[in-house]
Write a protein that binds this ligand. Structure first.
Ligand code: FAD
Ligand code: DLZ
Ligand code: SF4
Length: 507
């Protein structure tokens, strides 16, 4: 008999390793282990979600006739790591080897490959593009832009295709998806599930073991099995999807979810299948229940961005997470861990992250990400923070978004220019600024919005690298046209702000 490893983000019945083995002979191994729960200080809600979903999935497999060797975190025999548990179970069951589906992190791929056991690693077929397909697409291209990859995925899946042409005549409706924050939100947010006995037991365990990690365990409402996740999906398609496109980039001080799907955690853990989700969303368009800009925008995130960032992670290799093209060396300041700040947008994004283990894309990119990039924070530290605090964070998807898209630390593989903005963008897309101690209109002076100061400081200190970038020419022209005294004041005040940030002052 063989052992069949199922990791905490592989909770899908059609997982390759489960398809290619035999439930009448082989034994599934699942393990809650200290190594996985602490390689970064995960948000307690992320750990609780993972353990609860693992326990329910194990019960489902047993119901389907599998023998499951499940190890709980507090099991006295727990070896503390995935490989340790496999070795222990191999001896216990006299197994001839281990079959597993490729993990989403180089760290585990190496650890499993190095085990003194006969191993068989299978590809993860829950994705649309295989590694080979992505590498073939990437070969000989000067730039690996998502848009062209996305079109290939549309052709491959047939999603929103009218023959060989895109539905509606255009591939991308992003232009229609940038409306500022609405006055009222008609969707009440994600479906919430009261903790059942399994979840409650896990919450007690996690509170006991990880209660000091950044993040609150209060009011846990995530779905923890496929049935619940599907109910949430149907709820969102009805109430959230129709406006998803319009307000995709908006932020509201007192609404954490707006029209976002909040399904990244379910898809990434295996509770929902990405392609099935897209087909349901496309059906809503065909039935006239959601407009094309919303449906195309959503499908692009899944078969475009999600597949593309995975392709980049595996294409670029294990050293990707250590890249630091802009040589940013400042330490991650306390504000990211809930330390006091006068910046309303940062305070809100971090507070909601602490409460929910969730922030939506624009909060991640244009608030916490933008600030880290402008302030020159070390990308490895930024990467670890994102990997720790979001319930949907696994390295294959988090690292390209952080190291590449958000911090430009890969030197421009993912982003053709850095995602930076002054306070103006946040002001346009949100209602944070009206409640901020800083003044977004002020470009200099004691109340000036820090984003305004840091924006120019960033452009000025990285002039050598970005001056020739045709997409950034306008920014440098505006800077150069500014009065010299004003430029000096901006740089001086930005420098004072950065020194205060480094000193740990509540900025
Ligand atoms: P929605 O806005 O409703 O989008 C729907 C789905 O599209 C998401 O659930 C996700 O599966 C997919 N998607 C959208 N954008 C992306 C993207 N850029 N890359 C991959 N998939 C995408 N996503 C993660 O799944 N895990 C992460 O750890 C993660 N870290 C991020 C870090 C930064 C700095 C940034 C800028 C983005 C990150 N993203 C990450 C992408 C995106 O922000 C989240 O997928 C999204 O916010 C999850 O919330 P949602 O389900 O409500 O998404
Ligand atoms: C995220 C996570 C956590 C917190 N705990 C476990 C665990 O105890 N056992 C497990 O099998 N998986 C866990 N995971 C998910 C893994 O970290 C994930 O499989 C790898 O990071 C690869 O994506
Ligand atoms: Fe953020 Fe600046 Fe607006 Fe304050 S004024 S909320 S710091 S963008």
């Amino acid at each position: 008999m063989r052992l069949v490893l199922v990791l905490g983000d592989q909770l899908s019945p059609d997982l390759t390793a489960l398809q290619k083995t035999d439930k009448s002979q082989d034994v599934v191994v699942m393990a809650e282990v200290a190594d996985e729960a602490s390689y970064v200080p995960h948000h307690p809600k992320k750990i609780a979600f993972t353990f609860a979903a693992m326990r329910k999935f194990a019960a489902r497999l047993e119901g389907d006739g599998w023998r499951v060797a499940y190890t709980r975190l507090d099991d006295p025999q727990n070896a503390g790591s995935i490989t340790g548990e496999l070795l222990r179970r191999a001896e216990e069951c006299d197994a001839t080897g281990v079959v597993y589906t490729e993990p989403g992190e180089w760290r585990l791929i190496k650890a499993l490959g190095d085990m003194p056991l006969k191993t068989h690693c299978l590809p993860d077929r829950r994705f649309i593009a295989s590694h080979e397909e992505f590498d073939t697409w990437a070969k000989d291209r000067k730039a690996l832009r998502m848009e062209y990859f996305y079109r290939d995925m549309r052709r491959k899946t047939g999603l929103l295709m009218d023959g060989d042409q895109p539905e509606g005549g255009k591939w991308n409706y992003d232009h229609d998806n940038r409306k500022p924050a609405p006055d009222e939100v008609s969707y009440g947010g994600p479906m919430r599930f009261a903790p059942d006995d399994t979840v409650q037991e896990v919450l007690d365990l996690v509170r006991n073991r990880f209660g000091n990690n950044f993040g609150s365990l209060d009011d846990f409402w995530f779905a923890t099995d496929a049935g619940q996740a599907r109910r949430h999906l149907a709820h969102w398609i009805k109430g959230g999807l129709p406006h998803f496109g319009d307000f995709q980039d908006a932020m509201l001080d007192d609404n954490r979810f707006l029209y976002h799907a909040v399904i990244g955690l379910y898809i990434n853990a295996g509770l929902l299948d990405p392609l099935e989700v897209c087909h349901e969303v496309a059906a809503a368009y065909r039935d006239g229940d959601a407009p094309l800009n919303a449906v195309e925008g959503f499908i692009r995130q899944i078969i475009g961005w999600r597949e593309y960032v995975r392709g980049i992670y595996f294409h670029e290799g294990p050293d990707y997470v250590t890249r630091n093209a802009l040589n940013a060396q400042r330490k991650l300041p306390p504000v990211y861990w809930g330390g006091p700040t006068k910046m309303r947008c940062m305070q809100q994004a971090v507070a909601q992250t602490q409460a929910e283990a969730y922030a939506h894309h624009i909060q991640r990119l244009m608030v916490t990400g933008n600030f880290a990039l402008l302030a020159g924070i070390n990308p490895a530290e930024v990467h670890e923070w994102y990997l720790a605090v979001y319930a949907d964070a696994y390295e294959w998807v988090e690292a390209p978004n952080v190291i590449g898209m958000s911090q430009f630390a890969d030197g421009g593989i993912i982003a053709s220019k850095p995602y930076i903005s002054s306070g103006n963008y946040i002001h346009k897309m949100s209602d944070h600024c009206g409640q901020c101690a800083y003044r977004v209109q002020d470009k200099t002076g004691k109340d000036a919005c820090p984003f305004n100061l840091l924006y120019w400081h960033f452009l000025d200190r990285h002039r050598d690298r970005f001056d020739g970038n045709p997409r950034m020419g306008n920014m440098y022209r505006v800077w150069d046209r500014m009065d010299e005294e004003r430029r000096k004041t901006v740089l001086k005040e930005a420098g004072i702000f950065l020194d205060a940030l480094s000193a740990g002052a509540p900025v």
